[in-house]
Design a protein around this ligand. Structure first.
Ligand code: CFM
Length: 546
């Protein structure tokens, strides 16, 4: 394949690159990694299989985080009025506190505990004699100080190792208080192979302990929940702005800018929108089984994707008033987007991008780059599962290994009194016949070109190799990768934290993104990264084993 950008023509064959990435590994590791590096090719009507959601080989510097990070940081971090109490050493507590850029706007009650770091500060003596008493005292202290609606307790690795019974402690405290929902998460860092297990543990507990607690009808005609949107860099604020303009009522967001009451009322919505498929798709399934709420996949990253998603929502409700309103909003928002898009495109057209982010973003952001005329030549997830790569049709055939068995699968049944199908089966069928897709996600491979490289759980070594060989115009990942990539002379954009930028969702977000990427790929600063002695070495040497 040949990729062209303004100043260079790079020739590469995907199979050669794959071989080069694997060359340095011992044979056993190379065999395993080979299955996680997929050359995207259109087989007859199907996507080639990739190995995903498996343990990282020890010794490899993975980009992944731990299960506790996925539970405490990702899913529960953005909710402002549940006290997040970490049972564990202060390092784990502090690290997971405000390190992810989810924003919030405290409501009229002002309850916002996100600015506090709550921890039991476990010491050696607690590890030896047990930490349950200390945990009980910490819950009591948080309750006395703040009188929150709810307290969530998070287990770090030592808690699981010594066997503290956090669920009994929290159940007792809940009973004692009477007006505070106290519950716990067994989300020890080692519990799964990545953050993904932590998402599942968090979502299961919210489903069991909070959802369905408030039956009060919420006002509004078009009631939705937004699942898998975490308000990073204010993305959720932009999406909320658009919803409000269209007259769409968001009952609960999981979990950007959310509150306890939103979760408790989520079962009163009439449609679930799934944004980040990886972190929450099973919750949409559970809400459908228990309460009868259908779900669709949407994406608000990219202006076109936003318009498409809004049209999907209005089509579901089928009300002409909403359909017209959505069209009017799109017509009003798009011109400003188009102006900036046309301008930056004159400079960004034909440039190349790589993106390796935890889950959905490595897929969603390809839309924004495509709007700028940029091509994604390689992408992958830190912890996506096969369905995130290949599409949901592979789910029934997924093999359950020991690690996935470790994560509780809830058996959900229809709620006896509150199950209420939002559409009759005839209505659902009519929509499907008109091309509407429920519970549908094609995955990342489907949207990538033939010959691109899709790599699961990319590591530090492979990232550098890939950049050296393919020389993309921009590389997107996280803080751990940022500086090593910049040192290779390639601009780097963080797609987890947005490098303090954002929002990038919705219409206004798209404009922000175009402008920032334009500046990054157009900057010459990274070409000055080579020090004089690297260009003209006066001494050269090799290692003894080379
Ligand atoms: Fe979903 Fe996320 Fe992502 Fe994710 Fe994450 Fe994130 Fe992410 Mo960082 S929930 S999978 S666990 S879209 S924190 S907001 S950016 S790795 S790609």
């Amino acid at each position: 394949m040949v990729t062209k950008s303004k100043n260079k023509t790079v020739q590469w064959e995907p199979a050669d690159i794959k071989a080069e990435l694997l060359k340095k590994y011992p044979p056993k590791v190379a065999r395993k990694r080979a299955k996680q590096i997929m050359i995207n090719e259109a087989l007859e009507n199907e996507t080639p299989e990739i190995t995903a959601n498996v343990r990282t080989t020890p010794g490899i510097i993975t980009m992944r985080g731990c299960t506790y990070a996925g539970c405490k940081g990702v899913i529960m971090g953005p909710t402002r009025d549940i006290v997040n109490l970490v049972h564990g050493p202060v390092g784990c507590s502090f690290y997971a506190w405000l390190t992810r850029r989810n924003q919030t706007s405290p409501g009229p009650d002002g309850a916002n505990y996100m600015n506090y770091c709550f921890t039991t500060d476990m010491q050696e003596q607690d590890i030896i004699f047990g930490g349950e008493k200390k945990l009980e005292a910490a819950i009591q202290e948080a309750y006395d100080l703040l009188h929150p609606k709810s307290i969530g307790v998070f287990a770090t690795c030592p808690v699981g190792l010594i066997g503290d019974d956090i669920h009994t402690v929290t159940a007792n405290m809940k009973k004692k208080f009477g007006d505070c929902n106290v519950f716990a998460f067994s989300c020890e860092g080692y519990k799964g192979v990545s953050q993904s297990a932590g998402h599942h543990i968090a979502n299961n507990q919210i489903f069991k302990h909070v959802m369905g607690q408030n039956d009060e009808e919420k006002p509004g005609k078009y009631k939705i929940n937004l699942l898998g949107e975490y308000n990073i860099g204010g993305d959720g604020f932009e999406i909320d702005r658009i919803f409000k303009k269209c007259g769409i009522n968001c009952i609960a967001t999981f979990s950007g800018n959310s509150t306890y009451d939103q979760f408790a009322s989520a079962h009163t919505a009439d449609l679930n929108l799934v944004m980040c498929h990886r972190s929450i798709n099973y919750v949409a399934d559970m809400l459908e089984t228990k309460f009868g709420i259908p779900w669709i996949k949407i994406n608000f990253i990219g202006a076109k994707a936003t318009a498409k998603s809004l049209r999907k929502i209005s089509k579901y409700f089928g009300d002409q008033e909403l359909i017209d309103k959505v069209e009017a909003v799109i017509a009003e928002e798009m011109p400003a987007v188009d102006v900036v898009q046309a301008d930056v495109r004159s400079r960004t057209e034909g440039k190349t991008a790589m993106m390796f982010v935890g889950g959905s973003r490595a897929h969603h952001y390809q839309e924004l780059f495509a709007e700028m005329g940029m091509k994604t030549i390689s992408a992958g997830y830190e912890f996506g599962h096969r369905d995130d790569y290949e599409g949901r049709q592979v789910i029934p055939g997924l093999k359950l290994d020991a690690d996935s068995r470790n994560i509780e699968q809830l058996e959900i049944e229809k709620d006896e009194t509150r199950y209420n199908p939002r559409k009759s089966s005839a209505e659902l069928e009519a929509l499907e016949e008109a091309g509407y897709k429920f519970k549908h996600y094609d995955g990342l491979a489907h949207d990538m070109d033939k010959g691109t490289l899709i790599i699961d759980d990319l590591n530090q070594y492979e990232a550098e190799k890939l950049v050296e060989i393919m020389k993309p115009d921009i590389f997107c990942a996280g803080i751990k990768e940022k500086f090593s990539i910049q040192k290779l002379g390639v601009p780097m954009k963080q797609l987890h934290s947005y490098d303090s930028g954002g929002p990038y969702a919705g219409f206004k977000g798209a404009v922000n993104f175009y402008n920032e990427i334009d500046r990054l790929v157009g900057s010459r600063v990274w070409s000055y990264m080579q020090a004089p002695w690297q260009k003209n070495p006066q001494l050269s040497a090799t290692y003894g084993w080379e």
